[in-house]
Ligand binder design. Structure first.
Ligand code: 5GP
Length: 194
């Protein structure tokens, strides 16, 4: 998605060869017009399938899941992150290790809102190590629902997330794929005509 790549080039802060900050338009202040375009793009890519729910994880995936779900005219669910490993009943729950924070969270979704008749599109802001998205894939499996695919806004393609998901048979689409980066320099894997 050219528009997104341009914004990353203009406003992204590359803190190291692994960490990109996009707080001015995606992760802290949100450009709502861009978020809506992102939602439209995910709906265009995946919308030919009969999606019933969009699933993300709090907090930074919420605006993109909401934009996508609004275009598809379906509800979205954000999985909740808890530090405590207290498992309540009636939730699907998986542990997710955050490599950026070096902490393990319990991620959960109420069984009320996801079930075996659902066809689910997962959306998140970043695909890096893949831990968060693999956790959501496992929740969809636990619910017995059908997974349509995973849409990530930014993929750091030099990290292992995409291959982890593809090895599980998941269809992955990322709107900006970063081949490599270092402070002052960023290279994208060219998308096909988008
Ligand atoms: P994972 O490593 O599980 O794929 O990424 C988990 C989460 O960490 C992402 O959803 C995103 O919120 C955050 N994250 C990972 N890498 C980056 C990065 O380079 N920049 C920002 N802003 N967030 C990141």
């Amino acid at each position: 998605m050219k528009l997104l790549q341009e914004r990353i080039r203009q406003e992204g802060l590359i803190l190291s060869d692994k960490v990109l900050k996009v707080d001015s338009f995606l992760n802290h202040q949100v450009d709502t017009g861009l978020a809506l375009e992102i939602g439209r793009e995910f709906a265009r890519i995946f919308g030919h399938q009969p999606i019933t729910k969009v699933l993300t994880i709090e907090a930074s995936g919420i605006q993109f899941a909401m934009a996508t779900a609004m275009v598809l005219n379906v509800p979205f669910i954000y999985a909740k992150k808890k530090k405590a490993v207290t498992l309540s009943e009636n939730v699907y729950s998986v542990p997710v290790h955050s490599f950026t924070r070096q902490e393990t969270y319990q991620v959960s979704v109420s069984q009320k809102y996801l079930g075996s008749s659902d066809k689910v599109l997962i959306v998140d802001d970043f695909l890096a190590t893949g831990a968060a998205l693999v956790g959501l894939v496992d929740i969809v499996k636990e619910a017995g629902a059908e997974l349509v695919g995973v849409g990530s806004v930014i993929e750091k393609s030099f990290q292992e997330g995409r291959s982890l998901l593809e090895n599980k048979g998941v269809q992955v689409h990322s709107l900006a794929r970063i081949a490599s980066m270092k402070p002052g320099e960023i290279h994208f894997i060219e998308d096909q005509g988008r």
